[in-house]
Write a protein that binds this ligand. Sequence first.
Ligand code: SAH
Length: 383
Amino acid sequence: MRRGHPWLFADSIQRQDRRGCAGELAVIYDRKNRFLAAGLFDPDSPIRVRVLQAGKPQTIDLHWWSERLQRARERRQSFFDEQTTGYRWINGESDGWPGLVLDRYDRTLVLKLYTAAWLVRLEEIIGLIVQQLQPERIVLRLSRNLRDAAQNAFARKDGEILFGPTLSEPVIFSETGLRFEAEVLRGQKTGFFLDQRENRRNIEGLARGRSVLNAFSFSGGFSLYAARGGALAATDLDLSAHALRSARRNFALNQSNPLVASCRHEVLQADAFEWLSANPKRKFDLAVLDPPSFATREAERAGALRAYAKLAALAIEHLSSGGILVACSCSAHVAAQGFFEAARMSAAKSKRRFVELRTTGHAPDHPAAFREAEYLKAIYMRF
Ligand code: SAH
């Protein structure tokens, strides 16, 4: 905690003066009774306290919260112009807002909570957000493990509108000038994978004249960038018909761009592992792999690494000569180096010559200030 780690686990607490309720401020003292930190208390989470203030004591009041929000805004000041209206305003612990995420989709903000501790101060936070960011609307999203408690104890529902008019359709926003829909009320994460923006931009720069496989495509983000970068064809492969319908709509939204309009867009609803195994003849000049997390617990790490290696090996077989593989991982339990090694091993085993082009990590609006917050990594290789 002295080195800035934001979590205090239940089993590290030696003594507690009373039981405490979710959302109360807990003050943490060390063995010698010196102030260590103050944070949000959550009696139902193994992460019992999430640090707000460490080192020296401070009064945590509205003014303090207001400065915190301002700091998150300032950090992002020079990142985006008006071509990008979808990005993350607050990235939880790493922005000093433990267990809270705030994403912008045009004039709609999505507030996602990962601890019940925030529910008691929701009104206060909404007030601040409205004052500083002037959104049209704020949508509340709750992590799965929170939903029952939030409903029972606070009458709060996942997908509820906290501020502003109701919403019946996905929100349309821009990312570097491309238009996308975000399903903010029910979609995965807060409705879109904002964290992959920088990798998508890289794909745009690599796509010219190529045929592209976008495996685990979700709503086609990588394909749209490839198309704008001059890809001849883009194939979205996903298990979810729902996601693929969204990919079709996203292509339709960007037909005014001649390169998008002339890119051949195909969608395939299938399990990526099965499809890659069953269609050895289909070749691509660029393949993106962006699967869901293969390890949700530490115990699943080894299996996840094997799955990443297998997936990369399968995709390499589909690459034409000179083809590029971009393999991503969003598992926090799989460290970047281990993941990169797994991908390199698959490349080596393919017996094809390859060069590693680059590796990437977190986007600047998704800072990761401590190890457990690091999850996203990608490796680019040309064969
Ligand atoms: N690349 C996307 C985000 C991918 S999220 C973007 O930039 O927006 C992961 C996606 O993988 C989800 O859409 C999910 O439906 C899909 N998925 C999960 N398991 C799958 C499988 N076995 N085969 C194909 N798609 C799968």
